[in-house]
Design a protein. Structure first.
Length: 242
């Protein structure tokens, strides 16, 4: 003290001691009161003493988020690898797809022919179009032709067919042609798609042409049969309520 005046440093120390005494009387330390006001518990107090070794909540959340995302990414990559592997194991995707198409188209075409009454097999939408019986005969001939090219063998021998034959005879022959295609495709694989065959008109084409033409014919022939049914007031199989 100089000339009875307390220096700022002394005054600060004195005020600090006074405050410390007041905190002591209240049974609290200053740091304890601050923790109380901030709602910090014993666990947080330990974390506060540790200092930088304790991670803030935001950092913990970020680390957990990164860990979770890494796990999700790892699972996604594993699933993608399994899908790629399954496709890689498919050695004949083209032939497999044609095999998958056959049962559905066979079912629909056979159902359409069965639905048409026998006395309507001579029906023609216009004079210049083929009769329904001729359409059934054409389906049989197309199946035998294309599947014969694919398999490199002739279809089983059968009696000569005419469009004026009975419904039962035409239907049986058509079903037999689908069976022939089923057996032929069962022996087929994609390694032969590039083989040369004699196509329509006598020109050379890859065997793949016959595979594509076969499925196109199924779609075209079912569409024609469905039209004939509609024109006779009948509902095609694929349009019927299940």
């Amino acid at each position: 003290m100089e000339h009875g005046i307390a220096t700022p440093n002394y005054r600060s120390k004195r005020i600090g001691r006074q405050h410390a005494q007041q905190w002591a009387q209240m049974g609290l330390t200053r740091s304890g009161e601050i923790r109380k006001k901030r709602g910090i518990g014993a666990t947080d107090h330990r974390r506060e003493r540790v200092g930088h070794s304790a991670l803030p909540e935001t950092m913990l959340e970020a680390l957990f988020s990164r860990y979770f995302m890494k796990r999700v990414l790892a699972v996604a990559v594993a699933c993608a690898a399994m899908v790629v592997s399954s496709f890689a194991q498919e050695k004949s995707p083209v032939t497999s797809v044609v095999r998958e198409i056959l049962p559905r188209q066979q079912k629909n075409i056979v159902a359409a022919v069965e639905e048409m009454p026998a006395d309507k097999f001579s029906y023609k939408p216009t004079p210049g179009q083929m009769s329904f019986g001729k359409l059934v005969l054409h389906i049989t001939e197309a199946n035998n032709f294309f599947c014969g090219k694919i398999g490199g063998s002739a279809p089983p021998k059968s009696s000569e067919l005419k469009e004026t034959d009975s419904k039962d005879k035409l239907l049986a022959a058509m079903k037999s042609s689908f069976d022939f295609c089923d057996k032929t495709l069962g022996k087929m694989d994609d390694s032969r798609l590039g083989e040369k065959i004699e196509a329509l008109g006598g020109h050379q084409a890859p065997l793949a042409w016959a595979m594509i033409a076969l499925t196109n014919n199924w779609a075209d022939h079912y569409g024609a049969a469905a039209t004939y049914l509609r024109l006779n007031g009948l509902t095609p199989p694929t349009a019927q309520k299940k």
